[in-house]
Design a protein around this ligand. Structure first.
Ligand SMILES: NC(=O)C1=CN([C@@H]2O[C@H](COP(=O)(O)OP(=O)(O)OC[C@H]3O[C@@H](n4cnc5c(N)ncnc54)[C@H](OP(=O)(O)O)[C@@H]3O)[C@@H](O)[C@H]2O)C=CC1
Ligand SMILES: O=C(O)/C=C\C(=O)CC(=O)O
Length: 362
């Protein structure tokens, strides 16, 4: 028995090797004539070819993107865009750079073109994040959804493998929670399962050869699918925990997702057996294996080990003494989850995520 509502976001997506070459016509298609190219300070080598392709349509390069978008950086970028008369912004890089483009759009309603080079998926969502006085707030606003997304696998060939792996698990987290979302739908579930499958295939191939163009294409295709899911349906325990941990303890974003995800899935396994079956199946489990709700979390933990992702929040700087406070913060803001958020099981989840042991339901 199906019952659902499905509203598609309106992004235009161009996907393929060399698709970066379409950037000038995509700016023109938006009716724009002066595009400001955004990047982080260390990624100018990504922005310069874009500026060259734009020619007279380029309003310059702004290399001021910073992770978690401090409000000061957003204000400075918006002011600069106004000063140079930009009528469009092009964000080339990871979620931090796309986040800066979103902050400019939130303030100025400039159309954004995103050219992602990690698997974070921000380019496909109307979700923004801004950090002020050390506190990160997120929200949803149609103005921040990039109008056009160009996925060119060539541009992620230089993404280091350790970042590629954790960024891939960040993307898988969007799909996993999308499969048990309260407002999920069959279209998003199909995209979620295919996204996990494509990323598992691509990440495993990257482990063998970081320069494999087909593997980069598989990962970026998976990131598009998973980011689309993130943009369309609500998230739950896993994302709320990662925002708590990232925002309150300044932990690196994708690495935090990679550490927590197997344990969040184990916590929800019994409450979302169909989602777990689809996740396990997408990760390569047989139909018989996938029928065990615990299989998804264990398969994800095994994939992390196979990829050599450092185990546990302790490996990215979280102190064991902070776990009690993390638990209290996570309990303070109620949110929907397929299983009730219970203090003791949540604290046990955080302990296991911190230590990096195998996930287990409790
Ligand atoms: N609003 C949303 O829907 C979403 C938002 N996000 C947000 O995005 C941010 C995380 O995005 P994420 O992509 O993981 O992190 P970053 O944008 O910080 O990128 C991760 C790392 O990859 C490097 N990098 C990116 N592209 C290349 C490349 N082509 N070659 C070499 N290195 C590269 C970056 O280098 P450098 O630092 O030099 O650029 C950085 O060190 C967080 O703030 C998160 O909250 C994430 C998902 C969804
Ligand atoms: O946590 C995620 O991967 C998804 C959303 C965000 O990161 C929101 C944001 O900080 O931009």
């Amino acid at each position: 028995m199906y019952e659902f509502t499905y509203t598609a976001n309106a992004s235009r997506v161009i996907f393929g090797r060399g698709s970066l070459n379409s950037i000038e016509q995509e700016v023109e298609r938006l009716g724009a004539g002066r595009a400001l190219v955004l990047c982080t300070p260390d990624r100018r080598e990504l922005a310069e070819p874009v500026a060259a392709l734009l020619g007279k349509r380029c309003a310059g390069i702004y290399a001021g993107a910073i992770m978690h978008v401090p409000i000061e950086s957003a204000r400075a970028a918006t002011e600069h865009a106004g000063k140079v008369g930009a009528d469009c912004a092009i964000a080339i890089g990871g979620g931090s750079t796309v986040g800066l483009g979103k902050a400019i759009a939130l303030e100025s309603a400039l159309p954004i073109i995103a050219i992602p080079t990690t698997y974070a998926g921000s380019e496909m969502t109307p979700i923004f994040g801004l950090t002020e006085n050390g506190l990160k707030r997120t929200g949803r606003d149609a103005r921040v959804l990039p109008r056009t997304v160009i996925y060119d696998p060539q541009l992620s060939l230089t993404l280091p493998l350790p970042i590629s792996f954790v960024s891939g698990l960040n993307a898988m987290a969007h799909a996993a929670e999308g499969l048990y979302a309260r407002d999920g739908n069959p279209v998003m579930s199909l995209m979620a399962e295919e996204g996990i499958r494509a990323l598992a295939k691509g990440l495993r191939a990257l482990k063998q050869d970081a320069a494999n163009p087909d593997a980069r294409s598989d990962c970026l295709y998976g990131a598009w699918l998973c980011g689309t899911v993130l943009g369309q349906v609500g998230m739950a325990l896993h994302h709320k925990l990662c925002h708590t941990l990232g925002g309150s303890f300044n932990l690196p974003h994708a690495e935090t997702h990679a550490s927590v995800l197997p344990h969040a899935l184990a916590y929800n396994a019994a409450a979302a057996p169909e989602a777990m079956r689809r996740i396990a199946r997408a990760l390569g489990a047989s139909e018989a294996e996938a029928n065990d709700p615990a299989a998804a979390a264990l398969a994800l933990h095994a994939l992390s080990q196979e990829l050599g992702i450092p185990a546990g929040l302790k490996s990215i700087g979280m102190q064991e003494d902070d776990l009690d406070r993390a638990c209290q913060i996570a309990l303070a803001n109620p949110y929907w989850n397929p299983r009730a958020i219970e203090p003791q099981p949540l604290r046990a989840l955080l302990q296991r995520a911190w230590s990096g042991v195998a996930p287990q339901p409790d």
